[in-house]
Design a binder for this molecule. Sequence first.
Ligand SMILES: [Fe+2]
Length: 389
Amino acid sequence: MADPAQTSSDLAPLEAMASPSGVAMSMGGSLDRASILLVDHVELNRQLIKGILKAGPYRLFEARSQEEALQLLERENVDLVISEWIVSDWSGRPNSGLELCRRIKSNRRTHLIPVLIVTSVQGIENEVAGLESGADEFLVKPLQPAVLRSRIRSMLRQKRVVDSLEEAETILFALAQTVEQRDKETGNHCQRLAALSVALGSAIGLPDEDLLALYRGGFLHDIGKVAVPDAILFKKGELTEEEWVVMRSHTWKGEEICRPMRSLRPVLPIIRNHHERWDGSGYPDGLRGEDIPLLARILQLADIFDALTSQRSYKQAFPVDEAIRQLRHEAELGWRDPELVSVFCEVVRLPSLQWRQGIAASPWGGGPVAPEQETMRESLLRMSQQLMK
Ligand SMILES: [Fe+2]
């Protein structure tokens, strides 16, 4: 077995060893090297690929079946899967490598891992079937060592880019949560907002991409408040005009924070325009009517409704009926989209959203969770997973 401290050029030929679960495992390098999982029930095939990759800076794992591969993926951070077109299942029966690919791509933990299918089966139908299973690349046997190595390098480069983007997005969401937690009174405001916005978006038939933007907007819409001092954010009493300028800046500052993330582009209009008013008296752009992005109008209604129905140090939580009355009043004043308010008032009466009535705890807080709320949480998570692919 090679010494993990060795450089790639020092590596001795890899030697397979049996792990406690019976999955054959090769130890070829340190943890900061890219990890590759080889899946093939024929040992000779695995040996061939290991031979081609032995001088590379890789940590190699091996699995003889679909189940072994999935078990290993559960406990190791793998950067790339190379699977034979046919792999055996747990009982040793031949099974499609495409099924393994589908299972990798449908699991939230593994769906970003690129999969390279190695096959001796040629033909356009097979290629289509492979692409539909989520495979990222194909190589037809006999394998050319130089082609395999360069394809692997290219796939690992892409994986690193995806990893860095995912990390950046995770950091932004964590930052948004931190901003939210500065205000001890808001509790699980972001989660409720995300659920309410998605419920209204679904009710008016928005596509999944917009629902995902609303879901993310629920968490990110006030991220710009990171730039607003506590003395202004939590000031008791009227803000001065100068303080209002700082407070209003959280909209465009939030947009600036998230703009570099390409994946967050659909969320930017929500972040920037969630304080506009239907009659043009809002901020930061003074947009009016349908010039205000629809997703921003949706999130705004959810935001107001949640503020009204939440308890604060200066007020009790309003019942749903009272919050609806106030929203309708704001529509009459010309501040809110009247049609959207009508639909929203129907949506918040849906049984799945009646967490304010009869359930003291927030829907996703530490308290009791009604079955219908659990269903909504699961469906939101499922939707996120699907769209994040
Ligand atoms: Fe805001």
